[in-house]
Design a binder for this molecule. Sequence first.
Ligand code: SF4
Ligand code: SF4
Length: 368
Amino acid sequence: MHYHIILTTQCNSQCKYCYEKSMNDFDVDIEKKVSLDLSAPETSIVNINKLKKFVGRDKNPVLIFYGGEPLLQINKIKEIMDNIEVPYRMQTNGKLLGKLPIEYLKRIDKILVSIDGNKEKTDENRGKGTYKLLMKNVSLIKQKGYKGEIIARMTLGENSPDIYEQVLHLIGIGFSSIHWQIDAGFYAHDFDKQKFSLFVNEYNNSITKLIDYWIENMKNKRVLKFYPFIGIVDSLLKNEKTKLRCGAGHSGYAIRTDGKLMACPIMTWIGDFISGDLDSNPDNLKEFPMADRCRNCNIKFICGGRCLYWNYLKLWPEEGNQLICNTIEHLVNSLKNRIPEIKKLISEDLVSYKDFEYEKYFGPEIIP
Ligand code: SF4
Ligand code: SF4
């Protein structure tokens, strides 16, 4: 099982789609939809021995450092790593990446770093100077000998449907693993039908171009790790049915700052999603089924339902949610159409089935 351990809810960034939007969402009557539980402290008070016993009961535990910004709690990271021997991952905004001693960093095999594309886009969303600082920190840890996987984690807002251009920029500056998430449906106040419809059109066209580029690279024996693509293609090649692809509420849980186990690292303040605690048996955590609105969808076993949080809270009107599903259908169907070509490249030994395999549930949600 994968566990996001929330070390703090504090963050040293004030990003457009996170800090700024959550400020504007304050007046929404969310408590009418869910039971709120705001009792957890800001910083983790999880007892290390209890945590150690809990992960010891799991057959395959992976801990993912998460926040807020996890690197604001470097001492807690060290304390956990000094006492618990499991695979580690981290999701960070990257601003303090150089501060964790390299011997700890080297044990974190996969690090998701938030970056939205080029300097202009990243700084517009995440604050002036962010891009330069991230690039400096990423090269610093590589110089120090970090050899793990660094995944560029992009968030696409209405201002950035140009996924093709932005991904190519990230490839050009040395990233080879990329994931993206569309910032849509996560806040109540930000649905604008006209603007979002425009985004969907441009984004879908850009995805088509990016798939072409991805497959062209395969002809040169290179499968770029674009997580939304490899996740879907891996399932199509294996004829595999998927549950919710981020793992929330079936294969991944978040350990809240007070030690409660939550179905998802984002919705730690929703009481309905408490799934257990550190005394629980990891095999018996509360599970969450696929959402009702996905049951009749003909790509439900490839999509998996996008997001538990989004489907549960339904913060956007259904016409907005349909537009989001339109992007998923376009992505899935475009990749489906290319499967014969990919199979041909496999039969010619240019790429192999293995190239599309990946570790599930450590951070990339696969469906944007
Ligand atoms: S495409 Fe939309 S309706 Fe279909 S399974 Fe995914 S989220 Fe659900
Ligand atoms: S996709 Fe949704 S349910 Fe899954 S981890 Fe992200 S916010 Fe949570």
